[in-house]
Design a binder for this molecule. Sequence first.
Ligand code: G
Ligand code: G
Ligand code: MN
Ligand code: NA
Length: 253
Amino acid sequence: QQMTERLSAAIAGQRLELHFQPQVDLCTGELVGAEALCRWHDAVWGWVSPGEFIPLAEERGLIRPLGDWVLQAASRQMAAWRREGMALPGRLSLNVSAQQFADPQLAEHIATLTRDVPASAIGLELTESDFMRDPEQAVGITHALRQAGYALAIDDFGTGYSSLSYLRRFSADALKIDISFVRDMLESRHDRAIIQTIIAMARTLGMKTVAEGVESPEQAAALAGMGCEQAQGYHYGRPLPAADFAAAWARAM
Ligand code: G
Ligand code: G
Ligand code: MN
Ligand code: NA
């Protein structure tokens, strides 16, 4: 298929981009990190949505080369910021797919590809459903990754049917509350109850919570009031190219 070939060429030619979205402390509004999100601009098609090319990469065996590119590009960008006298506070979170996660040598592999930065500068996000694909294997890999110094977040939490017993054993650092619960939280008592439950569960298990898709100050205030620690969303900033992100957050870096 044509799209597979063009994506493959874009990965090999390093013609993907990373955009950066701020993650903030819900109480103080301070920058506490960022999420790196992969973007693909094709000469003919223009911007192709990651909702389209990430699943394609997963199906066509391209997610490892794509993921490797993301790891290298992310660590180079962080190193470049440091050379310019800026540093991202906290960690840069990278999305990892199930196929990458299944690699028992993942921690070593990441260390090799990101040798410009310490493990303490990197967080990894895996969706809840990807964790639950092979929970026993995930338990082992999460331990190895955290041992190596990477923080782990369970992405899109609330959509993937984790059992509580596995949640306890995964030893992740954070739960990211899925955008679908945040979107209507001000109108929906039901969604607020789910968010409250996720926050309580995370607290019991020693994990922090990050709300996704926060678009208004009212949502931010409600989430802070419920005890959620961190947030991400258009209210704080859209994903931006590295230079624009650094310019927007220059005071914090
Ligand atoms: O960035 P949003 O703008 O559209 O991202 C859409 C989806 O693509 C999200 O589920 C996000 O987690 C995923 N995604 C974005 N960048 C990456 C990446 O570098 N690797 C993987 N595996 N998924 C990514
Ligand atoms: O699945 P993951 O959480 O990694 O993907 C994050 C996705 O959410 C990306 O597509 C990103 O562009 C998008 N996103 C981030 N903040 C907001 C927001 O405030 N509103 C909406 N609608 N989407 C957002
Ligand atoms: Mn994510
Ligand atoms: Na998410």
